[in-house]
Write a protein that binds this ligand. Structure first.
Ligand code: AMP
Length: 432
C-alpha cells in the first residue's frame, strides 16, 4: 500500500494530512504526487471528489517550501492556480491553507463579484500561491496589481469547465504573461480534443494520468424519472417536497434564469428556497449556501456551473428539474447524494422536450432508468417537443430538429403515445 510518507513529503505536510484524518492517498494522489515532485508537467483526467486538489496542492507546497528563497524581497507569486468558478477558487485556496498551515507560505484567492481593493492590498503584501478565476486575474494584470513574471507553477483546475465557460481567450492571455520556464499541471474531467489542443500549447511532454470516470453512479443512489409536462414540473416539485416532507433538496436547472424563477415560485408555494448561480454576488452565494447547510433554506436551486466545486454532498435528495445538456453532468449532479455510505435519492422530472437528453444519459450510465408516473401528473400526449437551446455549445440545430419528433414512449413522429392514464389505479406505471 502506498502511504503519504512514501512520497517523501515534509513532516509539516504529513502533519497537516494526518490532521485531516487522511490515512492513505487516493488514486489520483498516488499517481500525480510523484510526477509533480519530480518536476514533470502533468495532464490528469480526474473529477471533483477524487481528491485531486490535495493531489496537486501537496507536491506544490513541498516544492515551493524546499526552494523557498529568503532574499528579503517582497514575495512574488510563484504558483498560480486557475479555476473556473469563484466557489472552486475559494475551496482550493482553503485547501492550500489547510495543507500548508505548518509552512511559512502565503496564499490568497482573487475572483470577481467582490471589491477589488482588498485583493490589491493582499497582493501588495506579497503571496507565494495565488488562486484565481481568469477574469479577475486579468483585471489585476491590466491594472498591474499582480506580477506573474515569477510564476514557477501553473495549475489549470477543471480545465474543461473553463473552456465550457468560454475562458479560452482569457487563459491564453494569462499564459502569455507567465514565464516559459515553469511546471504546468492540467486537471480536467474529460480529455476532449479542445483540452488536448490546449495541453499541446501549454504543457511540455506531460505525464498523462487518467482516473476512472465516475460514469457509473453509486449503487447507493436510487434513480427515478418522473415523466411530466413541462408546465407542470414546478407544481409536481412543490407537491413532492411538501408531501414527502423533504428537508434538504438540491435542485438543478439548466439556466440561471430558470434557477431564479423556480426559487421564486417555490417561495410563493411556501417552500423556502434560494438560487445559486454565476450572476449572484459572492456574498449572496455564500449566504445561500450557509442557509441551505444549516437548514434555514430547504431548497437550493443551482445551475451545473455554480454547483461545481460546491462543498455540499451527502444530501438526501437531488432533483433534476431540468436534465443537463451534457450527460456527464447528470452523473456529477446525482453524485451529490448517496455519499459516504448514506442512501440517496435522485429524482428527474422529465418532459417531452428532454427525451434526447434522457437517451444520452441512459446510454452513458448504460441502463434504462425507471420511469414512474405520479398520479395526477400524467403526461399529455398532444404536447409536442420544443427546442431546448444548448447554452454551452450555442447552435445545435441538428439535435433540435431530430428532437422535436420525440414523444414519450415512442420515438417516431406522429404516432400515438402509451399514455399513463390507464383506468387501473396502479400508483406506479413504467413508461417503457
Ligand atoms: P477534491 O476532489 O479535491 O474536491 O476532494 C474531495 C474530498 O476528498 C475533499 O473533501 C477532501 O478533503 C477529501 N480528500 C482528499 N484526499 C483525501 C484522502 N487521501 N483521504 C480521504 N479524503 C481525502
Amino acid at each position: 500500500m502506498i502511504s503519504f510518507e512514501s512520497f517523501g513529503l515534509s513532516t509539516e505536510l504529513l502533519r497537516a494530512v494526518s490532521e485531516q484524518g487522511y490515512t492513505e492517498p487516493t488514486p489520483v494522489q498516488q499517481q500525480a504526487i510523484p510526477h509533480i515532485l519530480e518536476g514533470a508537467d502533468l495532464m490528469a483526467r480526474a473529477q471533483t471528489g477524487t481528491g485531486k486538489t490535495a493531489g496537486f496542492t501537496l507536491p506544490l507546497l513541498q516544492r515551493l517550501s524546499v526552494s523557498q528563497k529568503n532574499t528579503g524581497h517582497r514575495r512574488a507569486v510563484r504558483a498560480l492556480i486557475l479555476t473556473p468558478t469563484r466557489e472552486l477558487a475559494a475551496q482550493v485556496e482553503e485547501s492550500v491553507t489547510t495543507y500548508g498551515k505548518h509552512l511559512p507560505l502565503k496564499s490568497t484567492v482573487i475572483f470577481g463579484g467582490v471589491k477589488i481593493n482588498p485583493q490589491i492590498m493582499k497582493l501588495r503584501m506579497g503571496v507565494d500561491i495565488l488562486v484565481a478565476t481568469p477574469g479577475r486575474l486579468l483585471d489585476h494584470a491590466g491594472q498591474k496589481t499582480v506580477d506573474l513574471s515569477k510564476v514557477e507553477f501553473f495549475v489549470l483546475d477543471e480545465a474543461d469547465r473553463m473552456l465550457d465557460m468560454g475562458f479560452i481567450h482569457d487563459i491564453k492571455r494569462i499564459n502569455a504573461l507567465l514565464p516559459k520556464q515553469r511546471q504546468t499541471l492540467l486537471f480536467s474531467a474529460t480529455f476532449s480534443d479542445e483540452i488536448k489542443k490546449l495541453a499541446t500549447g501549454f504543457l511540455k511532454t506531460p505525464k498523462l494520468i487518467e482516473i476512472a470516470r465516475h460514469n457509473t453512479p453509486s449503487e447507493l443512489v436510487s434513480q427515478v424519472i418522473h415523466p411530466v409536462d413541462r408546465n407542470r414540473k414546478r407544481a409536481l416539485l412543490s407537491w413532492m417536497i411538501g408531501s414527502k416532507n423533504w428537508k434538504q433538496v438540491l435542485v438543478f436547472t439548466r439556466t440561471k434564469h430558470a434557477a431564479n424563477r423556480l426559487s421564486k415560485q417555490l417561495s410563493q408555494d411556501g417552500i423556502t428556497a434560494s438560487a445559486i448561480h454565476g450572476n449572484k454576488s459572492q456574498a449572496a452565494r455564500t449566504r445561500a449556501l450557509a442557509e441551505f447547510k444549516t437548514g434555514k433554506v430547504r431548497v437550493l436551486v443551482a445551475t451545473d456551473i455554480a454547483a461545481r466545486g460546491l462543498d455540499i454532498d451527502q444530501l438526501p435528495h437531488v432533483v433534476n428539474f431540468e436534465l443537463p445538456n451534457v450527460p456527464e453532468d447528470y452523473v456529477h449532479r446525482i453524485g451529490r447524494t448517496g455519499r459516504a455510505g448514506n442512501e440517496g435519492e435522485a429524482v428527474s422530472l422529465v418532459c417531452v422536450d428532454e427525451l434526447q437528453h434522457l437517451k444520452n444519459i441512459e446510454s452513458l450510465v448504460k441502463r434504462d432508468l425507471p420511469k414512474i408516473v405520479i398520479p395526477g401528473y400524467e403526461v399529455d400526449p398532444t404536447i409536442k417537443a420544443e427546442i431546448i437551446p444548448n447554452g454551452r455549445n450555442g447552435n445545435n440545430k441538428k439535435t433540435l430538429s431530430k428532437h422535436s419528433n420525440y414523444r414519450w414512449g415512442n420515438n417516431r413522429p406522429g404516432t400515438s403515445n402509451n399514455r399513463s392514464t390507464s383506468k387501473n389505479s396502479s400508483r406506479r406505471q413504467q413508461f417503457r
